[in-house]
Design a protein around this ligand. Structure first.
Ligand code: SF4
Length: 356
């Protein structure tokens, strides 16, 4: 069993012990009456979509000086509301949704915030993330708010294996003990913002977490391979004109089905490690890797199809012919991508995937 699978509760306990900070929407609504608090959490979370926390906090604070309840939302002129919402981005859509929200809350719910996920998600601009957050923070109900941080970190740590936040919520509902439901969002949002971000700052992570993190352990194993074969990291402008073996780290930012030759392959968002070599008399690392880097190339190898959508983020090179041995070492750590094998050495693949 993956260490995290048996110890995810422990991981959340460490975070709640070490990161004592309330979510922005929670802070904003402190010292409000019960009704006001539910309303403020609903409005702030709707405003927070694709907006930085500091901006959400600032915009919400200014907005709540003018708007205290659904009637205020219903009555405020749209141009005045737009001015207040403007710094949060997408202000036209967000303002329109808020006006509509005020109207529905007044007319259909007697100015009360509905106390059910099914009812909340019917409101304009309210998705499952917002609905779950309102349920946990405003009504103290057991619900799991899955935003980008919760989705990324629970997948990165192999606790779930899902494609989007809704799937993550459903997977967590099945396996996460209830006592962590309310806490997980706050803990992982703070942890995601400060340490385990889109690009994780593993060197700043807590030692107890590093010990059980499968992502970190994969990265350490990859570094051991680089050391074993004497690989050196090079920049795109300093590729040696020598024969040798190379590893490309390629980032795919969005999951995609890509036609590779005649076969469609689904590539998940994440990092791919491609192992190749340039050992011919007229072929050197410089020529071969620059061909991978070129936008103009004709598609000749399978990797060319992937490179149309991915970015080469790191290049490692070493002299010597180690392509297949390096691939076999990668195979022991990461999942190989079917269809990228090598007929000479019978390797299953020369392309390996690391979850983001
Ligand atoms: S070690 Fe790195 S990947 Fe693992 S939890 Fe910490 S920051 Fe995230």
């Amino acid at each position: 069993m993956d260490p995290i699978e048996s110890n995810f509760d422990g991981f959340l306990d460490i975070l709640s012990e070490k990161l004592k900070k309330d979510a922005v929407v929670d802070q904003i609504s402190k010292n409000s009456t019960f009704e006001e608090r539910a309303f403020k959490i609903l409005v702030s979370t709707s405003l927070s979509a694709r907006t930085k926390d500091e901006t959400t906090a600032k915009v919400s604070k200014n907005l709540f000086r003018v708007i205290q309840n659904p009637e205020d939302l219903l009555n405020i002129p749209i141009n005045e509301l737009e001015k207040l919402v403007y710094p949060a981005g997408f202000y036209k859509t967000k303002s329109k949704n808020l006006k509509e929200l005020g109207k529905i809350l007044v007319e259909k719910y007697n100015s009360k915030i509905p106390n059910s996920i099914d009812e909340l998600v019917k409101l304009p601009g309210v998705g499952r993330k917002t609905a779950n957050l309102v349920m946990t923070l405003a009504f103290s109900e057991d619900a799991i708010c899955v935003d980008t941080h919760v989705h990324r970190i629970t997948n990165r740590l192999n606790y779930v294996d899902t494609k989007n936040p809704n799937e993550t919520e459903m997977a967590l509902r099945k396996k996460l003990p209830k006592k962590y439901w309310k806490q997980i969002n706050n803990s992982l949002v703070i942890f995601g913002q400060d340490i385990c971000g889109f690009v994780p700052k593993c060197s700043s992570c807590f030692p107890e977490i590093k010990k059980i993190c499968p992502y970190y352990s994969s990265i350490l194993e990859i570094l051991k391979i680089y050391e074993k074969y004497n690989f050196k990291k090079v920049s795109k402008t300093k590729i040696p004109r020598e024969r040798g073996t190379y590893v490309l780290r390629i980032k795919i930012n969005n999951s995609k089905n890509i036609l590779v030759g005649k076969k469609e392959i689904q590539f998940e968002k994440g990092d791919y490690f491609y192992i190749g070599s340039a050992m011919g008399n007229s072929l050197n690392l410089y020529n071969r890797i620059n061909r991978h880097l070129s936008d103009e190339k004709k598609k000749r190898w399978h990797i060319d199809y992937l490179l149309e959508f991915g970015n080469i983020k790191e290049i490692y090179v070493t002299d010597g012919s180690f392509e297949c041995s390096v691939s076999k070492d990668f195979e022991a750590i990461l999942k190989g991508i079917f269809g990228f094998g090598c007929s000479d050495c019978k390797c299953k693949s020369h392309l390996y995937f690391l979850k983001p």
